[in-house]
Design a protein around this ligand. Structure first.
Ligand code: GLC
Length: 755
């Protein structure tokens, strides 16, 4: 017996020597442990200085880890459309690396226009792989601020005017990014709906407007998408800077929504030592360290959450309570990303990513009008005339922090030349817009200089169109100041550079003119009745030209829908006063003040309810085929409909009805249709929008076939936010459920009696 015992003892000793007991590996380094276990083990190992160092930048886009414990630095990168080129340690300018040219994906206004959750997942997955490959831990995107004014310079980075659409599209994007061990940092939180004086204006609004319009996309990202990071915005909300706004960050985000990730400041958005400590900011970046005016070199110790914080901890003005919460959240982010138990490696510039960019850009392209002139038909030996600066201008570079250095960018003209190899493809500029080609020392290498006068340019275009088999005008906006550009807003919704006149002149000679408007925000089109077809194109990234050519030639049947209204004129919109936009000065108030007096009546909620005609409505988009909706059935669990108000928050997503219908493709080509579901409130009671989007499904249908669609309707669809009770309430009465191909093309309606 003794011998056996001895053998067992020896074996045990040998085993112990060969593989260290899990006790030898500290828990925080043990990938077998949960994130929370690793955080709990790491936190007490940190000194106060190490905890404070986690909460602020050490360079333009990174913050310290804990070198002593082998906990890595945290690296952030812009942006929502692709991975920003590496910048110098403390500069915005690119560092001139030769391995950081990325895949440029489409702008998020294009993604929104796909109305396709699968496209959002594909987008997030692809960009997350590129971030991981570039060893970035926090992706500074997506942006989901609502298009309150068509003039906002950053509408192109966001997902339109409807909170439900933005909320549905942001969730898969976040999921796709984060499955790569990269934190999505949803921005800019919150009510950051303009660029004019963005660091000095307080957005003032009531709770109903805040909760019904400006929070839902962020709430979806956090509560359904599980976003690991949120970026505070530059502006103020109700008088307090948003990077340390108690109401937004503590009461709502971390309180009501239970957010367990990190709040990251916008770059330079942190403005106060004490508020930064107590109001929920976790990571401070980009602070202008010499008195909040110009950037001093280095100066990271001068950050609000650096030496001033250490001083307050030392003299007792601050406790470690907030510090431990900040450090916990930063450590949690590190264990979710760079130190994730399951290692991720990502991929960069893969054919799959360029294919994804092309697919998303094509799926987001919106056919607004077509008198039969599309798809383009240009016979071999025929003549295709392309007019407009946006046919050639490369636009991945520019526009602000979302600007990228990409491996390649195919402009529309080049793609059309490829698509019609047997034709004579002629280009005329038609007008001069923006001749700049660089941003932060990244340059497209194009020469867009022009010596001809406006009249000469037009004369040359009119001459070129003689004898053409097809003429396509490709214009719109660009990424320069005063257009789709961070830091500035536009001044009107009509096309700049005299494009309207050029379009009308050409259309007079060529009634079948095809107009492609490339923009990231709403454009008014008074010339629409005079042209043959209109396509809303977007900043499509590396494959923008191929994607547009795919649609114009019919290789891809367009299926995009507008994520925002195209108004007939800016003055038709809800923002009538300086007080509403861009804000006013008020006696005794240090910052500009802006009042969201229009309340929830934003976008189609305004035009529809007020009966104001628009150029093209929210949700509008045609196809090269036609669809018929048939055999609708509105099944409802009546009992659940009798929810008395206020509705408990966990009941909000309870399905109380579902609409099932069949969509028949009655044309000759396969295509996809976005079936939209709106609700219309009973008459009387609190003033509400005439209809509100509450559901949508994109369905692919082969020519001649039919597909069934079912859309569930939760209790939430029938609620409004009641400020007095601070809760969602259901208004009883007879509600209409509207199903349509756009907000203005309702094909069927049913009623639900909410008791
Ligand atoms: C910018 C933008 C923000 C960006 C950040 C870093 O000012 O507002 O979207 O992520 O700073 O470039």
């Amino acid at each position: 017996m003794k011998r056996l015992t001895a053998i067992i003892a020896l074996a045990a000793a040998a085993a112990a020597c060969s593989s260290p007991k899990t006790g030898d590996v500290p828990v925080y380094l043990d990938p077998a442990r949960s994130v929370e276990e690793r955080v709990a083990d790491a936190l007490p190992r940190l000194t106060t200085e190490e905890k404070v160092a986690l909460t602020h930048a050490q360079s333009k886009f990174s913050s310290r880890g804990v070198p002593r414990l082998g906990i890595p630095e945290v690296w952030c990168t812009d942006g929502p459309h692709g991975i920003r080129p590496e910048v110098l340690w403390d500069e915005w300018d690119q560092a001139g690396w030769t391995n950081d040219s990325c895949t440029a994906f489409p702008a998020l206004s294009c993604l929104a226009a796909t109305w396709d959750r699968d496209m959002a997942l594909l987008f997030g997955r692809s960009i997350g792989q590129e971030a991981r490959y570039r060893k970035k831990d926090i992706l500074l995107g997506p942006g989901v601020n609502i298009c309150r004014t068509p003039l906002n310079g950053r509408n192109f980075e966001y997902m339109g005017e409807d909170p439900f659409l933005a909320g549905q599209m942001v969730v898969p994007y976040v999921t796709g990014v984060q499955e790569n061990g990269v934190a999505a940092c949803v921005k800019h939180f919150a009510v950051n709906n303009q660029e004019v004086r963005r660091t000095a204006t307080s957005s003032n609004l009531d709770d109903r407007t805040l909760y019904e319009i400006y929070l839902p996309a962020f709430e979806a990202a956090v509560r359904k998408g599980g976003a690991w990071a949120i970026m505070g915005s530059y502006n103020l909300y109700n008088g307090q800077f948003n990077c340390h706004n108690k109401r937004l960050l503590l009461d709502i985000l971390k309180g009501e929504w239970g957010f367990d990730g990190v709040v990251v400041s916008d770059w330079g958005g942190c403005r106060d030592d004490d508020e930064a400590i107590v109001n929920g900011l976790d990571m401070e970046f980009g602070t202008w360290t010499n008195g909040l005016t110009g950037a001093a070199s280095d100066g990271y110790g001068n950050y609000h959450l650096a030496n001033p914080y250490l001083q307050r901890l030392a003299d007792g003005r601050a406790t470690t309570k907030e510090l431990d919460d900040k450090a916990t959240r930063v450590l949690r982010t590190i264990f979710r990303t760079s130190m994730a138990s399951e290692p991720h490696f990502g991929s960069f510039n893969s054919p799959e990513h360029y294919a994804a960019a092309r697919k998303i850009a094509a799926a987001g392209t919106v056919l607004l009008q077509n008198n039969g002139v599309l798809p383009l038909r240009v016979p071999d030996g025929g003549k295709l005339v392309v007019i407009g600066e946006n046919a050639v201008k490369k636009m991945v570079v520019g526009g602000g922090s979302s600007s990228l250095k990409t491996n390649y960018e195919i402009a529309p003209l080049e793609a059309l030349q490829e698509a019609f190899p047997g034709a004579n493809v002629v280009w005329e500029r038609g007008y001069v817009g923006d001749t700049s080609t660089s941003y932060n020392k990244v340059d497209t290498g194009q020469d867009l200089s022009e010596s001809r006068s406006a009249s000469q340019l037009l004369a040359d275009a009119l001459k070129a169109v003689e004898g053409a088999d097809a003429v396509v005008f490709i214009g719109g906006l660009n990424k320069s100041e005063g257009q789709d550009n961070e830091g500035t807003d536009r001044s009107d919704t009509i096309l700049p550079y005299g494009q309207g006149e050029v379009i009308e002149a050409i259309a007079a000679a060529v009634p079948s003119l095809v107009v492609v408007n490339i923009s990231g925000s709403p454009v008014s089109m008074p010339w629409a009745p005079k042209v043959g077809a209109i396509v809303q194109g977007w900043y499509g990234g590396s494959e923008t030209g191929h994607a547009l050519a795919d649609v114009l030639t019919g290789a891809v049947n367009p299926s995009g829908k507008l994520p925002f209204t195209l108004p007939a004129a800016l003055s038709d919109g809800p923002l009538k006063t300086e007080r509403q936009y861009p804000g006013i000065r008020e006696e005794g108030k240090e910052w500009w003040q802006e009042y969201y007096d229009e309340g929830v009546f934003v976008g189609y909620r305004w035009y529809d309810t007020k009966g104001i005609p628009v150029c093209f409505p929210f949700g509008h988009g045609l196809s090269y085929t036609t669809f018929e909706y048939a055999a609708e059935k509105l099944s409802k669990a009546a009992a659940a409909c009798s929810g008395s108000y206020p509705v408990a928050s966990d009941a909000l997503d309870k399905v109380v009805a579902s609409v099932s219908l069949s969509v028949k493709n009655t044309g000759s080509v396969d295509g996809a249709e976005v079936v939209q579901l709106y609700v219309a409130p009973p008459a009387g009671g609190v003033e509400r929008p005439a209809k509100e989007l509450r559901g949508f499904e994109k369905v692919f249908v082969e020519a001649g076939k039919a597909a069934s669609v079912s859309i569930d309707v939760p209790v939430r669809a029938f609620t409004r936010f009641d400020e007095a009770s601070h809760s969602w309430v259901v208004d009883p009465g007879e509600w209409k459920v509207l199903v349509g191909s756009s907000s203005a093309d309702i094909r069927w309606e049913g009623t639900i009696n909410v008791k």
